[in-house]
Each structure stands twice: as C-alpha cells, then as structure tokens.
Write a protein that binds this ligand. Structure first.
Ligand code: LLP
Length: 451
C-alpha cells in the first residue's frame, strides 16, 4: 500500500478513526467531509464511544481489582462542557474541577455535587464558598491559608468539609517542564522532603470543621513510565505510614492524580484500553502490597485521568487556505484555525499527526508546516507533517486534540472559538454551539464619554 500520511495500523487499533471507501477519514462512523459540510470548520469532533470506553475501563478496573473501594474522577480541565459531565454522570464516575467555572458547568449539567472534587493551588475565596454551598464531596487543600478559609466558611455553615492534602512526593516524571508538577520546585502541594506535608497534616487535623481523609498527589501529565507512577504511590504510602506513626493519623483515602500519556504522533506509545487498565492495576497492586508491608488499612482510591479519557477521542477539522513555499526552507499550509483553538504547539512544541481528511488514502508526498491564521509567527499546529500535496479547500484533520484544546482555546485576534460536536453511531450533534461575532462584543462597553 502507498505510504499514507500516518500509520494506518496505529489508527485502526483505536476503532475510532477509519478511512472509508471514498478515501475520507471517518471518526466514530461519521465521514469528516460530511461533518465539515454540515457544521463548517474549524470544528472539534469527539467520538462518544471512545470517551465512554475509557471512563468505563477505569471504573471497572477499580471495581474488579480493588473491590470498588475507589472512584474515578474525570479531570475536567482536559475538556469541560456540559455534555462531558452528563456522560461522566451516566458512566457513574466522579469529576475533578479546578475553578468556579468548571464547578458551575458541572452543576449546571446536573452533576451530583457529592462526586465532585475541587483542586487548585490558589482557590479563590469565592470559589471555596461556591464549593461549600454546593456541598461538593472533597476539596484538596493546597495552602495553609486555604485551609483557614475552608475552615472559616465551613464553620459559618455549621458543616464539616471532607478534605485531602496535596503533597509533593518529589517524583520527577519525564514530561515537558510546564506539565511536571512534583519536582522540588513546584507551585503545587506540600513537600514531603522538607517536612511541610507533615506540618500541614497536623494543622488540618487541628481544624474542627475540616475532616482530613488523606492525601493527593499528581506527578505530571503525558507520562508513559509506569515506574514514575509506582514510585509516587510508594512515596505516598511511606508518608502515610509515617503520619500514622508520628501523628496517629491513618489516612483512609489516597488520590493518585492523573497523567497517563496518550498517542499524538510517531514516537509516542500507543496504549490500548487494556493498557490503561494495566497502569491502574499496577498502581492498585502497589497500594495493596505497600499497605500490607506498612500495616496500613487499604485507602479509598481516587484516580484523576483527563487526557487519556478525551484526548484520542477528539480530532479537529480545518480547511486549508493559503499555501506558501519558501524555497529551501519550508512550506506553510495555513488553516482556518490555529493557536486560538490549539495553543499546545505554541506553548509546549507539542507534536501532532495530521491527515488530509478528504484524500486520506493518498500517498504522502510533502513535508509541510501547518500554520494558523493568527498574527504571530509561532502560531503553528506544528512542523514537519507528512501530507499529500494540499490545495486550498482541502480538509485537514489534526488527531488527538480532544484534551487541552477546546479547554485552552481563546478568542485571540477575535477569532471565534470553534464549536464541538459529539459523534455517536455515525451521527453528530453539537455539544458546544458556534460562537458568533455578537458573542465577542457581548461584554464590551463603550463608556459614555467615548461616544
Ligand atoms: N489531576 C490534577 C491535580 C491535575 O493537575 C491534572 C492535570 C490532572 C489530574 C489530569 O491529568 P491528565 O490525566 O490529563 O494528564 N495543558 C497541559 C496539561 C496540563 C495538565 C494539568 N493538570 C497540556 O496541554 O499538555
């Protein structure tokens, strides 16, 4: 077979993307050319079956391997809109939110508050009040002054808030520096090594309106090494054993955060659904062994996957516009999107795979850079994509854009944030409607004196 723009076998493993008889890319049984015709571009497209499978595999692994003594929390920062909370609810998993906005979106989707955990290194007083008013299940405390704020607000309401403390176990994971979180220099958590985590444990235990259940750690994102996760669990357990011995506090809950890597481009591991279950099994058996060794009771386990649930479930469709070749340097293929719908190349030099969705079976003959339409040289989806010769009007699909694309989108240059559709059995529906120019000026005000 001719060399296509990407490795078909890889894609087919997913059962999400296919090339149909017309040579068009399909996602979840929907023809991308038809999707672009129906909804326009740029367009985020999500495969519902993929999302549900991923939620279910984590949920069922905890059920089957850990007696159901745990809860998967979808890290909704990866992709937050009402529909995703509705799916999480149907799949009987919890969610993690990191802002008043995510909390509001979850609640407005009817998500049950008791299955919501709130994170954040600087939760605003208003966000804490919103969380307590909604009676969310858990808050992960990330500073001493925040513990004071929660205590104060809980006391005022005559309630006791369930909390975990975010600890920094000092595990270095191999990922981009900006998405590493548990190195010695991190704005997140309390260091185990310098005694801050212990001090915080004693502090929270002294608060009558906080009920400390245990600890949370998140070592980073887009991590493939099982060993990094296992090490983090071991460090958590060792710390839990220490706190039992020193302070007489035996944790009954442990939140392991998220971070499992996904496939973006050649060179990334491609993990199938069972592979993710393996990661989780490795963590659960480390917990069981560690607890046995330290004589600890088995904690209730939380896991917070974001990227691995929605990342590969999503693609973005773009239409090719201007094409510019700089002899001897590079060829730019510009699309109708860019850093306003996917800032990840600009931020992290992230790699992606692109497919010419309307001629997906054609041989790749060119190496091109895909440029966005923003007034900024760094506005690229990436460099060195293998594609068939692209022409104005062609459709480009960028794969694995389900996580941290829509959720990080902006109106930079007053571009409109693209809508999102959810595909199920070949049929697509909006889950995020298109913005309009009127939306852009909705909150703008011209003071009287300027009129
Ligand atoms: N839990 C906590 C406390 C987190 O901070 C994160 C991600 C997660 C769970 C979910 O991690 P995941 O399973 O999605 O890797 N914008 C970056 C990623 C930032 C991740 C922040 N925290 C990116 O586009 O790569």
């Amino acid at each position: 077979m001719a060399k296509t723009c990407y490795n078909l076998d890889m894609i087919h493993t997913r059962d999400t993307l296919k090339i149909n008889a017309k040579g068009h890319l399909e996602i979840g049984g929907a023809d991308c050319v038809e999707l672009a015709g129906q909804f326009g571009t740029p367009l985020y497209v999500f495969d519902e079956a993929y999302i549900r499978n991923m939620m279910a595999i984590y949920r069922d692994t905890i059920r089957n391997e850990y007696g159901g003594n745990g809860l998967v929390l979808y890290a909704s920062k990866a992709f937050s809109c009402e529909a995703i909370y509705a799916i999480a609810r149907q799949e009987a998993i919890g969610v993690d939110v990191v802002s008043g906005g995510e909390l509001y979106t979850a609640l407005s989707a009817g998500f049950p508050a008791e299955y919501i955990t709130m994170h954040g290194n600087n939760k605003l007083p208003g966000e804490i009040r919103e969380a307590l008013d909604a009676k969310i299940g858990m808050i992960v405390v990330d500073s001493r002054s925040e513990a004071d704020l929660i205590e104060e607000e809980a006391a005022a309401r005559g309630m006791v808030q369930d909390v975990l403390i975010r600890i920094n176990p000092g595990v270095e994971a191999h990922t981009h520096a900006y998405v590493q979180t548990a190195t010695p220099d991190s704005k997140f958590g309390f260091s185990v090594a310098n005694g801050a985590a212990e001090e915080m444990t004693a502090y929270v235990l002294s608060k009558p309106h906080l009920k400390l259940h245990g600890y949370h750690c998140h070592i980073g994102s887009q991590i493939f090494e099982k060993q990094s996760f296992v090490l983090a669990v071991q460090k958590n357990l060792a710390f839990m054993a220490q706190m039992k011995e020193k302070l007489g506090f035996e944790a009954d809950a442990l939140n392991l955060g998220g971070g499992f890597g996904i496939w973006y481009a050649e060179g990334d591991a491609m993990i199938d659904v069972e592979g993710y279950a393996d990661y989780l099994r490795a963590l659960l058996s480390t917990i069981k062994e560690g607890c046995r060794a330290y004589g600890l009771r088995l904690p209730f386990v939380y896991l917070e996957p974001g990227r691995s649930i929605v990342g590969e479930a999503g693609i973005t469709l773009y239409t090719v516009g201007a094409i510019k070749e700089i002899p001897g340097i590079r060829k730019y293929v510009a699309i109708d999107g860019g850093m306003f719908d996917n800032p990840r190349y600009a931020l992290y030099q992230s790699k992606y795979t692109a497919v010419l969705a309307n001629r997906a079976a054609e041989e790749a003959t060119e190496l091109v850079s895909i440029a966005g339409k923003c007034c900024e040289s760094g506005d690229l989806i990436g460099v060195d994509f293998n594609l068939p010769k692209a022409r104005r009007g062609d459709l480009i699909a960028v794969l694995s854009t389900g996580a941290y694309n829509y959720s990080m989108a902006s109106n930079y240059n007053r571009n409109l944030i693209p809508p999102a559709v959810l595909v199920r059995d070949g049929k697509a529906e909006y889950i995020v409607r298109p913005q309009s120019y009127a939306d852009l000026v909705r909150n703008d005000v011209i003071p009287q004196r300027l009129k």
